[in-house]
Design a protein. Sequence first.
Length: 331
Amino acid sequence: MTPAFTPVVYEHAARFVGRTPWDVSRDAKLLFEAHRRAYLEYRQQVIAVGIDIYNLEAEAYGARVVAEGEAIPAVRSPILGSLAAGLDLAPYDPARDGRIAMVLDVAQRLRREFPAADVRVPVAGPFSIAFNLRGIDRLCLDAALEPELTARVLLHLAENQAALCRAVAAAGLDVAFFESAAAPPILSPRQFRAVELPALRRTMALASECLGHAVPCILGGDTYPVVDDLLATGTGYLVCNVETDQRAFVDRVVSVRPEVTVRVNLDPLLLTSHDEDALRREVDRVLAVIAGRPQCVIGTGALPLETPPANVRLIGEHLARVRARDEGDRP
């Protein structure tokens, strides 16, 4: 059976309204229209409503988000002068702080526009939030020099995510959970288990309690060394990135928890290229990785802004030809 294909659209949506990611990220009308047009083009499995998906919580805490030109908006000046200051962060209010209320409103509009679509609101994991609030260099030093305090701060940030998860559930929406900042090699597998995993499990438990079901656990990077830890969160959906040993990752998930869906990502460098044959070969490579595994899907990771929509269509068309060929070969 040929697997489903699902492109992942965040900042890429901005190209459908001809505006910069910054413009679209700050304007409800543009954000709605960008994701509306992207969905009409791709019909992807999930509409994750956002552009700079890792900035929402940091901005709600008071961090300043900036951007230049067509760059993805980012936090440039961390607001935590010390690691311990993270323990004093009060929960933000999703109805008042930052852009969260705008994103929730746009997500509800998209749900009404496309009632059959899976519309989700981005929710960041604790390490990704701390990444923005403290700065990656300082946070990595914190994890190395003060692992116990770092774990406590991450757990505190995890508890503070309850308000957002409740707001998403109250809006009749679902969660798209992301924690790519914590993935190896930013944290070693040992650090991941000691510093990050307790807070990761707590955040996902909170989201699952609010929504009534397990949520996907999306991490970028080389995640094979921590695949068992990811499975221990109880998630039913993982991502297998091009940076990791994809065949070993898929084999491990299938052997331990075969019911878990795995999205196996294509090489993002090829998505923006003009080499159609190379892109088809990449699709065939991933098909070989997941052959015979019905719980796997093919994905793209976050589509770069500059990705030609024709390349995404090419992937779908190539998979359709493979599907037709396979069905023709059946007795």
